[in-house]
Design a protein around this ligand. Structure first.
Ligand code: BMA
Length: 329
């Protein structure tokens, strides 16, 4: 067994790395797995989240329409690679009418806790971004809860189990525009409605020690439980004369007190190098939002948005990421 604490997923998407170079993360050979026009009215499908479901997979996808309205859409797959994404967005039931009004929705994450799949997303509220929260049992009927925080906030990512009796969520307080700052914070809640005990987890890295993450960072996939800590994939941003560049890194958080960072990558683990990552509606973006794991082998399959246009798949193992955090010069 690997260091991953969790279920086995022997049939999850997987491909061995090519060549001898010990890359921390390698891409699926047939990337991108979801192209921009995969639904009836989509302009782009990216920054999306998937989980094991039944004998296959389900997910919630960010599809921007051809009018460039941002919304989230359910989808299903037998193999985690070929996806059937609904032409109709998620319609939530149950929320207070004030919260239920749709403004915009983007960058979903999906997290299975106990008996249901929770969805968090960037939820427009009176024109301002905050963290929307909902859940589903079947990816057909969705229920919405209260927004977790006041605006402005993005990149809300739940932990897959309660810690000391409480739910935990990472988030990234921000502003209304193309935020030029941002650290990752942690909040806890007894009921997914009232959030408190806010803690700073990690910040940007100033100077040139790790400049790819010098402008802002944000949590990516649901943290992966390992024997040594919570393994978090995150995005880091640098501002250049050609705008923001988004890359991927990882960190290890303490199991009991997850605001304590045990390790963190100095070198990025994936950057926008392939054409579909460098060219698109927003060039030079890789943006992780989900990971599948297999505890038996330690395999990790990462789903990430590419250039705000299409969805890519990449692979690694828990040991490679642990080694890479130790070794990076
Ligand atoms: C962020 C979010 C992401 C997007 C990224 C790059 O602020 O809007 O959805 O992928 O910018 O444009």
């Amino acid at each position: 067994m690997s260091k991953i604490v969790g279920n086995n997923l022997p049939n999850m998407p997987w491909q061995e790395p090519e060549g001898n170079e010990k890359l921390p993360v390698w891409r699926y050979e047939a990337n991108p797995i979801i192209e921009r026009f995969a639904t009836k009215n989509s302009n782009s499908i990216f920054n999306s989240a998937v989980v094991p479901f039944g004998d296959g997979y389900a997910g919630v996808f960010r599809c921007d329409s051809k009018s460039i309205s941002m919304d989230i859409f359910p989808g299903f797959s037998k193999d985690g690679i070929n996806w059937d994404i609904s032409d109709e967005p998620v319609k939530f039931e149950g929320a207070h009418p004030e919260v239920a009004k749709r403004d915009y929705r983007y960058d979903p994450r999906v997290c299975f806790i106990e008996d249901r799949y929770y969805v968090t997303w960037c939820n427009g509220y009176h024109g301002y971004p905050t963290i929307g929260v909902g859940y589903t049992f079947d990816f057909k009927t969705f229920y919405q809860l209260e927004n977790a925080f006041l605006p402005f906030n993005r990149n809300g990512v739940l932990f897959p189990r309660k810690i000391n009796g409480n739910y935990y969520m990472l988030s990234r307080p921000s502003d209304n525009g193309h935020t030029p700052f941002g650290d990752i914070f942690l909040s806890e809640s007894p009921d997914l409605k009232y959030w408190g005990c806010h803690r700073h987890v990690m910040g940007t890295v100033k100077g040139d020690a790790s400049a790819w993450q010098s402008t802002k960072i944000g949590a990516g996939s649901v943290p992966i439980e390992t024997k040594d800590g919570w393994l978090l994939l995150y995005h880091g941003v640098i501002n250049t004369c050609n705008g923001f560049v988004y890359r991927m890194g990882c960190a290890l958080l303490d199991l009991e007190e997850p605001w304590k960072v045990l390790k963190r990558t100095r070198n990025y683990i994936l950057g926008p190098h392939e054409l579909y990552e460098c060219m698109g509606d927003v060039p030079n973006v890789v943006f992780p939002c989900a990971a599948l794991t297999d505890a038996a082998t330690g395999r990790i399959a990462i789903y990430y948005g590419c250039a705000d246009t299409v969805t890519g798949l990449a692979f690694t193992t828990v040991d490679r990421l642990m080694d890479y955090m130790d070794d990076a010069e």
